[in-house]
Design a binder for this molecule. Structure first.
Ligand code: SF4
Ligand code: SF4
Length: 190
């Protein structure tokens, strides 16, 4: 009995001297990264086409398409890392070349937080789109639409002019045909 108590005291004393692994501040320590660690996503708003393929293939619905006030891309992906399982399918399916518009960076993202709301918000990867870029794209789209309208109007005018010319020619040809026919009929009676 006495020896049991001594043994316990020695064990507890030893344990107290051991480094307190469970209380290490892992939220502020760099973690070890495996060579195949894929990290959090990088989203290139400037090359994304808004095709939604990444959102459609995501097996856990971690990607939300956020609308933009332009036509292309009409929306950009945002990733909820709290749901993501880091399978990389979104990167695999992204059609942009030579660079992927969505890519798991293999970066240094730490997946442990102190659990506060602010930290949880950081679990979203959202592309930061500059307002100047949106305005530039809007102007480009307006210019493109103007040129397209001009081209269509020109094509329509050309088609109408061609049609009128054909009608006028048909009118000119008609009396000559009638005269030829009546001359031929006279010849037959003689
Ligand atoms: S890595 Fe996988 S789970 Fe995460 S967002 Fe991409 S497709 Fe979804
Ligand atoms: S990130 Fe790639 S797959 Fe996703 S919407 Fe953009 S272009 Fe499409």
């Amino acid at each position: 009995m006495f020896f049991d108590i001594i043994e316990k005291v020695v064990r507890v004393t030893k344990a107290l001297k051991e480094p307190r692994i469970a209380t290490k501040d892992v939220t502020h320590e760099k973690m070890h990264h495996s060579p195949i660690f894929r990290g959090k996503h990088e989203i290139r708003y400037d090359i994304c086409t808004g095709c939604e393929a990444c959102a459609k293939i995501c097996p856990v619905d971690a990607i939300v398409m956020e609308p933009l006030p332009i036509k292309r891309p009409k929306a950009l992906p945002e990733v909820n890392l709290g749901v993501c399982i880091f399978c990389g399918l979104c990167e695999d399916v992204c059609p942009t070349k030579p660079q992927k518009a969505i890519k798991l960076s293999g970066g240094t993202f730490e997946m442990i937080t102190d659990g506060k709301d602010e930290a949880i918000k950081e679990y979203w990867v959202k592309p930061e789109v500059p307002e100047e870029w949106i305005q530039k794209k809007k102007k480009e789209e307006e210019e493109k639409a103007r040129k397209k309208a001009e081209m269509l109007a020109k094509k329509k005018a050309e088609t109408e002019a061609k049609k009128k010319a054909e009608e006028a020619k048909a009118k000119e040809d008609k009396p000559a045909n009638v005269e030829n026919k009546s001359e031929a009929a006279e010849g037959d009676t003689k």
